[in-house]
Design a protein around this ligand. Structure first.
Ligand code: ADP
Length: 724
């Protein structure tokens, strides 16, 4: 009994006090309780029956002649236990013990039903017996039937025993027959009425059964409903999840739209209604209150694009064509009449053959268009350029190759893009590339770098290249652009020119040397003469010859430099002494300026004395040329860091920062009004720089434009001799 479920105390109480007859049984048919009505109808008490087996509490009447009540009730209970379904019985006689007279029974008619109550596992927890006591009705019918039968029997007896009435026997027997017939008829009627009652009762019972069955169906339906409800709740939860996801993705979409400034629109071709998002309005420069109609929309399309755009719209909403709507065109902004480029995409929804909805997006692509236009322009320039324009990555892989590059190097773009630039670098110049890349990585530009490059057919070209870093929008260097100019021709011209200068200078030198010798002799002879004009003229002639010799020496040096024939004829000499000599010599010819030799320690160096002397003369000559008469020129000399530094300072026009480096270039002269009338070829500093560099030294200048210039050159020191 441990695992058995007993009905809830409250239910028991309710059952016990219900006006109907209930008996509550355990599955082993032991009684739990009975309702008050049940106890009353069976004439017993709760204490007397509780805990007893049903058939012990209600034993069978052994004298009952009819079908055994216990058997019927037991059969019904067994059916319930087996099928776990309610069972309804037909009207039964089941006598109850007479409590006043033990051993005797009181006749009872019942119509019991048994209903199982399942536990959570679906097993029967207990059985409820519901019964109606129909004894009174049945007995009343029986009594009536019996009294009518008895009346008939008494009359027949009387008729038989009374001989006096024999005469009338026949008459009476007829009467009797009639009576019998009447009684029989009445009996039949009674029987029929009983039958009808039972039928009626059983019909009601059947109806009840049906009701119970449909109740069961309802229960089943209820259960289904409950399941459906659960499913509904589950579906609703799923829907909620989907809805949440949708909301999240809508939010993401909104963010995406906001970040791209994407406008959206929605047009109903049937009603003509047009919706525009505020991004659209911003793009078109429309104030918020301005109503957007299709007319206004059309009016804002650029006049040159209006016709074809309208045509495209018509094609998209035409059910026969249903063309994709994806256009880029110009609009004129409403507010400032500015022309902008927009990109419009749309999708048309059809209901049957009717376009009912046309929705899409708009994006302002003016910046992209402008970039496209700029790119196209640049592209055209690059394509039509006579200079080879090539771009490459920092790994030296070629990424573009223009038409001029094709012409210059003989390789086509297809052959070169994806290859490395080493394909056109001669073997003996391969180390140039890593150096160039290193400078690019540092963000530097490499300008007018003269080198040699190889063509497809193996020719060597003289090229001047300018290489600039290519930066991305963040400023990171991602590659390089390279512009190469073929200077082979120019190089050849220059060689021819310098060859010619060299030849002419050489030819001029011989007559000039004899002229100088003649002037020297004439000078000595005239020394005794008193002709002051002649001696003066002789001095001037000597001076001019000296200037001419310097000039021609300069040209010779240049041409030797160009043809790499310049030779440094090194010897040890005292630099301080050389400086004094050059100054003394210059003082013979220069009296327009105050030349001061500030200071110089005794210092011996190893070098080409003549060439260092020409460097000094050149710096001194320039200081005179480019500073006003009467101003001071100071020459200094100092020893530091194992080198000697010589400087020549003037108080002249100076040199602007943009020219500070360029003045050492060949043929370069500062383009200014002041220096226009000063003669020169722009080769003096170029040669000086070459000479200094070949000595392992350096040359540079400092200048305040309009005030002063100081040229410096340094030479490696051998051994200082100590101050004089
Ligand atoms: P040249 O003097 O023959 O033109 P250089 O090579 O000696 O050639 O000098 C190059 C240019 O440098 C000069 O044309 C001049 O413009 C500038 N320059 C040289 N020295 C000075 C200086 N001391 N002051 C100002 N400008 C100078």
């Amino acid at each position: 009994m441990q695992n058995r479920k007993t009905p809830d105390a409250q239910i028991l109480k309710a059952l016990e006090t219900a006006p109907n007859m209930y008996l509550v049984l355990l599955p082993d048919l032991y009684i739990i309780t009975a309702s008050d009505a049940y106890l009353q109808a069976t004439g017993t008490t709760r204490e007397a029956i509780a805990g007893k087996h049903i058939f012990e509490a209600f034993p069978d009447n052994p004298e009952l002649p009819e079908a055994d009540g216990v058997q019927n009730i037991n059969a019904s209970l067994q059916t319930v236990l087996r099928t776990k379904k309610p069972d309804y019985m037909r009207i039964q006689r089941y006598d109850v013990p007479d409590r006043q007279h033990p051993g005797e029974f009181i006749t009872r008619y019942w119509d019991p039903s048994h209903t199982p109550v399942p536990d959570e596992n679906g097993e029967i927890a207990y059985i409820i017996q519901l019964a109606t006591n129909v004894t009174d009705k049945i007995l009343a019918e029986r009594a009536l039937l019996k009294s009518q039968q008895e009346q008939g029997e008494t009359l027949a007896e009387l008729l038989h025993s009374n001989t006096e009435l024999r005469e009338t026997q026949h008459h009476l027997s007829l009467l009797n027959a009639q009576l019998e017939e009447r009684v029989a008829r009445r009996t039949r009627e009674l029987e029929e009425s009983e039958k009808r009652y039972i039928e009626k009762f059983n019909a009601e019972q059947a109806l009840n059964e049906e009701l119970a069955a449909s109740n069961e169906e309802y229960a089943a339906i209820n259960e289904e409903l409950a399941t459906t409800n659960e499913e509904l709740i589950a579906t609703q939860q799923q829907l909620q999840t989907v809805y949440d996801e949708l909301a999240a993705s809508a939010e993401r979409l909104q963010l995406a739209i906001e970040s791209t400034q994407l406008g959206t629109w929605d047009y109903n071709p049937v009603s003509g209604e047009l919706y525009w998002s505020h991004e659209c309005r911003d793009m078109y420069g429309l104030p918020a209150r301005e109503k957007v109609s299709l007319g206004l929309f059309s009016a804002l399309i650029h006049p040159e694009d209006s016709d074809w755009v309208q045509r495209k719209i018509a094609e998209s909403i035409d059910p026969e064509q249903r063309k994709r709507y994806d256009l880029s065109y110009r609009i004129i902004r409403f507010d400032n009449r500015e022309t902008r480029w927009i990109k419009v995409k749309g999708t048309v929804y059809f209901t049957g053959d009717q376009a009912t909805r046309f929705i899409g997006t708009v994006l302002d692509i003016s910046d992209i268009k402008q970039a496209e236009i700029n790119n196209a322009r640049l592209g055209a320039i690059i394509t039509s350029s006579d200079d080879a324009i090539v771009s490459k990555t920092l790994d030296s892989v070629i990424t573009s190759w223009n038409a001029a590059a094709e012409r210059m190097f003989g390789w086509t773009a297809d052959e070169m893009i994806g290859q490395t630039i080493y394909k056109i670098i001669p073997d003996d110049r391969r180390e140039e590339e890593p150096q160039i890349i290193a400078r690019l990585r540092a963000g530097e530009r490499v300008e007018h770098f003269e080198t040699k490059r190889l063509t497809k057919d193996g020719r060597l070209l003289d090229v001047s290249v300018t290489i600039s870093p290519i930066k991305d929008s963040e400023g990171h260097i991602i590659g390089a652009s390279k512009i190469a100019r073929d200077i082979t021709e120019r190089k050849q011209d220059e060689t021819r020119k310098s060859d010619f200068i060299g030849m002419v200078s050489h030819e001029l030198k011989t007559p000039l040397t004899s002229l100088s010798a003649i002037l020297q002799v004439a000078g000595t002879k005239l020394a005794q003469s008193n002709d002051s004009f002649l001696s003066g003229a002789m001095k001037k002639a000597n001076l001019q010859v000296k200037r001419m010799t310097n000039m021609i020496n300069g040209f010779l040096n240049l041409s030797r430099l160009e043809s790499a024939k310049i030779v440094i004829d090194a010897q040890y000499f005292r630099l301080d002494e050389l400086i004094s000599e050059v100054i003394d010599e210059s003082k013979l010819t220069i009296n327009s300026h105050h030349i001061k030799f500030d200071h110089c320690p005794a210092v011996e160096i190893s070098g080409d004395r003549d060439k260092i002397s020409s460097v000094l003369s050149n710096l001194l000559g320039n200081a005179v040329k480019y500073s006003p008469n009467g101003s001071e020129i100071i020459i200094r000399c100092m020893v530091e860091n194992e080198q000697v530094v010589v400087s020549v300072s003037d108080q002249g026009m100076g040199i602007g920062p943009e020219d500070v480096k360029k003045v050492f270039d060949r043929y370069y002269r500062v383009p200014s009004n002041q220096s226009k009338n000063i003669s020169g070829f722009g080769i003096g500093l170029y040669i000086s720089a070459e000479i200094v560099r070949r000595h392992g030294g350096d040359i540079w200048l400092e200048s305040t434009p309009g005030q002063s210039s100081t040229f410096y050159f340094s030479l490696p020191l051998q051994q200082p001799l100590g101050d004089k």
